[in-house]
Design a protein. Structure first.
Length: 307
């Protein structure tokens, strides 16, 4: 669910390089904790999403307002009722795998809302078409700059974050892992420009799993299925405007100790054993950066108009 929180923040004027703080946080008596404990201090939004840092997501959700996050999620295609409270930022409102996967589709298709469907055509035995699904979707709901920023961050989840097991050869992959409290649910939602897929693992009786996380079995299953599904498909970059992404102010993201074991061989091959990955920065609003307070005011007007 966190991408909807981050998309709201991006639409309020933040960027993947904006800095937030991973530190103890209390909101109306609620104290979100990070997986594995510990805090990292200053982090960019890109690193916070890639590492699935709970305190940063909660802090951002409180900053933009839970109701704004609800509005974003519903705009993306989530139909379930969402509770506009602080913990919503961590995905505490239940949604189905189908609607969550469909809500990720705009990240993959250029920002266009879709409605999931099963039947595309019905014909008689003789070939006469009785039904043919028509339409080109429900229109664009994310602008190109915001889409570029989101795909930059969600790509990092797979390249150097919690979703590394979902990497596909010769494809531009992005996605997000998710693990609920007590390991009752483990998710991976991933996409390329060709296909979107969602994987959920859990027990039918809602009992805890054997400590399954979204970045383990779900990401691995996604990779196995998508490897077959992408056979013969050419490379296609994820959509979104990145016209000023390749500026000169390169930054370095340190690889955490828990990442080094599984990522060591890649680092050795690509960077000669360096322990940092140089990452191209993303400034996704050239000439169109809107002051954050002005963006906030506009969003508030939109919310009031929709009531």
């Amino acid at each position: 669910f966190k991408p909807f929180v981050y998309l709201t923040a991006i639409e309020y004027g933040m960027s993947p390089n904006s800095v937030e703080y991973d530190e103890p946080l209390e909101i109306d008596g609620w104290k979100p904790k990070n997986y594995g404990g510990g805090y990292r201090g200053e982090v960019t939004l890109r690193r916070a999403l890639a590492s699935s840092i709970n305190t940063v997501a909660a802090r951002i959700g409180a900053s933009v307002g839970p109701q704004s996050v609800v509005t974003t999620a519903h705009r993306m295609g989530i139909n379930s009722e969402l509770n506009a409270n602080a913990s919503l930022a961590l995905g505490t409102s239940e949604v189905s795998l189908l609607e969550l996967t469909a809500a990720y589709a705009p990240f993959a298709n250029g920002g266009n809302l879709i409605t999931p469907h099963v039947v595309t055509r019905i014909t008689t035995r003789g070939g006469k078409i009785l039904y043919q699904r028509k339409g080109t979707g429900l229109g664009q709901i994310i602008n190109a700059y915001d889409l570029g920023a989101m795909n930059d961050m969600l790509r990092t989840v797979v390249q150097a974050g919690t979703g590394r097991r979902a990497q596909l050869p010769n494809q531009d992959v992005a996605g997000k892992t998710g693990t609920s409290q007590d390991y009752r649910d483990a998710w991976f939602l991933g996409f390329t420009s060709h296909l979107v897929g969602g994987v959920w693992i859990g027990n039918d009786d809602n009992s805890p799993t054997g400590r399954v996380t979204g970045g383990s079995l779900p990401a691995g299953i996604w990779r196995q299925v998508m490897s077959e599904a992408h056979a013969g498909l050419s490379f296609a970059a994820l959509p979104g405007d990145t016209s000023s992404q390749y500026a000169d102010n390169y930054g370095e993201i340190p690889i955490s100790s828990e990442d080094q074991g599984s990522f060591a061989s890649i680092l050795q091959d690509l960077f000669g054993g360096r322990t940092t990955v140089r990452e191209l920065p993303t400034e996704t609003r050239p000439q169109r950066r809107i002051d954050r307070e002005e963006r906030r005011r506009r969003r508030q007007q939109e919310l009031e108009a929709s009531r």
